[in-house]
Design a protein around this ligand. Structure first.
Ligand code: NAD
Length: 703
């Protein structure tokens, strides 16, 4: 809730605004501020006005929840409020500590003076949402800190500590003690000395060769901005500040801001911003749910995943007991962990002493007794139900009551794993992605009997570990791997239809995927899928599980690790080179299976692969495996290299229009040779299309 207090202290009006968590300027707060300012201006007892935030900061700026709604423009809008501040007949002083960002900084810039505490961190981060500052930030900041410094801040959106800007006229006073006391002292001096109203708009920008510098900035930014239009728009707004009188510059900034507001890139970035916040809410688990303390962790298995998971915990300062089956495996795992830190040492982001401190948090062991005190145990042993069974049965006899027992399984049924214990309520899936210490995504897998406080604890822990957690229900592959399986299937069918892996990868990379499906498969290893298909073929013999990748594996082509897979690789290089041998294998395989190759367009490749993802995503949301469509987007953006500027597969489908997506799926389903069951639109997708709705409007099926 927004509140504002107005108090007259020794001839100075102090306006303190309070709107947790970041004192954002939503419509309500803007109204309160405008009327309090009017009150202070009219009050003869006040010679000056101080604006100060509550809590730990000045303000985080606009209220993001109002973005795209009429509230964000409703009067008093931010521009109106800032005009009133700048036009106030009494000196207005911003007293700044903690965060002062976006509209918060723009407000401070509209004040006549600024007093800062050393804790102040200032930024204009709008570019991160595909926008630019829209309330004078691009016009006033260059007037105070110079064109170059302002451009760097505005184009990067990065936060800068006040100390760094101490030498600029941005701050009139640097407070060494209590911020309000310093601001009050300064306000009285301003009044006593009749310093008057110092308006930033009246400062002239003097920069020799400004045009040449701006052109250099344009060229540099064009080369790195990729598909994002906002960074260049920021430069144009600053160019207007340099070239035009203040009011004309403000007008140009507004035009650019409004045009950015309607770009699909900004819509996608704003969707992600909100999706990330939504992901931490679990429908039937109240925010107030008490969490369990996690101070001591154990990891079982020091292989690829166990090693990365251990690093994740020790990086966050949590001690880890690491269990293996043999001294050899333990030594290998520890050596790998040490090796994985070498990159950080080389880059200088970590020093030897800190590394040793982190490594000292690991207690290697071969004995389960050492796991007795753990608050959380994460199992990362072989992906085999019998092995997991033995581990969980043993754990059940050892772990202390209330300890959380987690599995990192990629595909095994969590509900079955939970039955290996007498405490299924304490069992949860923590599905880290490889490399676990690097990848931000964490699927928190909720079993049928997982307790609510265990879920709440896992979500809180993820935050502490710096992970982006998304809750998934139990199904084959959870959210991400279940979807990627459909994507891979669509890509394989396109190879059978006549496309080559390099064409498919190139088309999807042009769409924006970090890596096409065949390069991804070479990176992960073709043998994993091969083993899986063999298992499935034994389990369900009435279906044809064969795949041209089987032939590649039979020829020893397992991907990057064997120097050849869908591509070939030169010694020591990860550069994927198209290989005529693979083309020959594919052509022969098509012949054996009775496929007549045809021309496949890049457009068809993108349509089929991405819509296969969308269709499976729709099923996942409908079944309640994901709580909401934006959770599916978060998984795909953080775990599978989906381009941020497209907002995730389901947001992308919303942008294409679900009517269009549904029609395309039906067309593919009825095309010759297509697997109709695969391509038939998911019931939720069909329903939303019929009702003219979007995935974003669907509020989910889970509890
Ligand atoms: P890995 O083969 O690299 O490591 C497994 C480790 O577990 C080995 O070091 C082995 O010695 C040890 N181990 C086996 N049985 C054990 C036992 N009873 N007690 C203690 N240690 C034991 O495998 P990985 O790739 O790290 O996969 C581990 C788990 O993580 C699997 O369930 C896998 O599905 C899952 N996972 C893997 C990935 C990935 O990309 N590799 C991603 C997500 C999840």
């Amino acid at each position: 809730m927004s509140t504002l207090s107005l108090e007259i202290r020794d001839g100075v009006a102090v306006l303190r605004f309070d709107n947790p968590p970041v004192n954002s300027f939503g419509l309500e707060m803007r109204g309160l501020l405008l009327s309090a300012l009017g009150g202070a201006e009219a009050d003869p007892a006040a010679g000056a006005v101080i604006l100060i935030g509550s809590g730990k900061g000045f303000s985080g700026g606009a209220d993001i929840r109002e973005f795209g709604t009429p509230k964000s423009y409703a009067e008093p809008n931010l521009l109106t409020l800032l005009r009133a501040i700048e036009g106030c007949s009494k000196p207005v002083i911003a007293a700044i500590e903690g965060i002062c960002m976006g509209g918060g900084l723009e407000m401070a810039l509209a004040c006549h003076y600024r007093v800062a505490a050393g804790s102040a961190r200032i930024a204009l981060p709008e570019v991160k949402l595909g926008l630019l500052p829209g309330a004078g930030g691009t016009q006033r900041l260059p007037r105070l800190i110079g064109v170059e410094a302002a451009l760097n801040m505005i184009v990067s959106g990065a936060a800068v500590g006040a100390e760094k800007l101490r030498a600029t006229p941005l701050f009139d006073v640097f407070s060494e003690g209590d911020l309000l006391t310093s601001a009050l002292d300064f306000a009285r001096t301003v009044v006593a000395e009749g310093r008057g109203l110092k308006r930033v708009r009246d400062i002239d920008i003097r920069m020799p060769n400004a045009e040449a510098y701006l052109q250099f900035a344009r060229n540099t930014i064009k080369a790195v901005a990729g598909p994002y239009p906002a960074p260049l728009a920021c430069v144009e707004a600053i160019a207007a500040a340099v070239r035009e009188p203040f009011d004309k510059g403000m007008k140009r900034e507004r035009e650019l801001f409004t045009s950015m507001m309607f770009t699909p890139e900004s819509a996608a970035l704003r969707h992600i911003f909100q999706a990330e916040r939504a992901a931490s809410h679990i429908g039937d688990v109240p925010e107030s749910t008490a969490t369990r303390a996690i101070d001591r962790v154990a990891v079982i298995g020091a292989g690829t995943m166990g090693g990365g998971i251990t690093m994740t915990f020790i990086n966050a300062g949590l001690p880890v007991v690491l269990l293996e089956t043999s001294q050899d495996a333990l030594d290998r795992g520890l050596a790998n962990i040490r090796r994985n830190y070498q990159g950080a040492l080389r880059k200088g982001t970590l020093d030897e002493a800190s590394l040793e401190k982190r490594l000292a948090l690991i207690t290697p062991t071969l004995r389960y007794e050492s796991l007795r005190d753990a608050d959380l145990v994460v199992e990362a042993v072989f992906e085999n139900m019998e092995v997991k069974k033995r581990v969980f049965e043993t754990l059940d006899g050892i772990a202390r009551p209330g300890a959380i027992l987690a599995t990192n399984t990629s595909a095994l049924n969590l509900d079955i794993i939970a039955t290996f214990t007498r405490r299924p309520q304490d069992v949860i899936g923590l599905h880290f992605f490889s490399p676990a210490n690097v990848m931000r995504l964490l699927e928190v897998v909720r079993g049928a009997r997982t307790a609510k406080d265990v879920l709440a604890t896992a979500m809180a822990l993820a935050k502490k570990l710096g992970k982006m957690a998304v809750v998934s229900g139990v199904c084959d592959g959870f959210i991400g791997n279940r979807m990627v399986a459909r994507y891979a299937e669509a890509a394989h069918d396109l190879v059978m239809a006549g496309a080559l892996p390099q064409q498919i990868d190139a088309a999807l990379q042009s769409f924006g995927m970090v890596m096409g499906p065949f390069r991804m498969s070479d990176l992960a290893g073709l043998d994993i899928g091969w083993a899986l298909r063999k298992r499935k073929a034994a389990e369900f013999p009435d279906r044809d599980w064969s795949n041209v990748a089987d032939v590649l594996c039979e020829a020893g082509r397992f991907g990057q690790k064997s120097g050849a897979g869908w591509y070939r690789y030169e010694e020591g290089s990860r550069n994927a080179i198209a290989d005529p041998e693979v083309t020959a294998i594919i052509e022969k395989y098509r012949g054996q299976k009775g496929f007549t190759p045809r021309t496949v367009s890049d457009e068809e490749i993108v349509e089929r692969c991405i819509y296969a993802l969308v269709n499976e995503g729709a099923r996942i949301v409908e079944e309640g495996i994901a709580q909401r469509s934006s959770d599916v987007d978060i998984v795909y953006l953080n775990g599978y290299g989906f381009p941020a500027y497209r907002g995730g597969p389901l947001f992308y489908a919303d942008q294409c229009g679900l009517i269009e997506v549904e029609r395309t799926l039906r067309r593919i389903a009825s095309s010759p040779g297509a697997d109709a069951a695969f391509w038939t639109p998911a019931p939720l997708l069909a329903r939303l299309a019929r009702e003219g709705k979007t995935f974003s409007e669907f509020k989910g099926s889970s509890p």
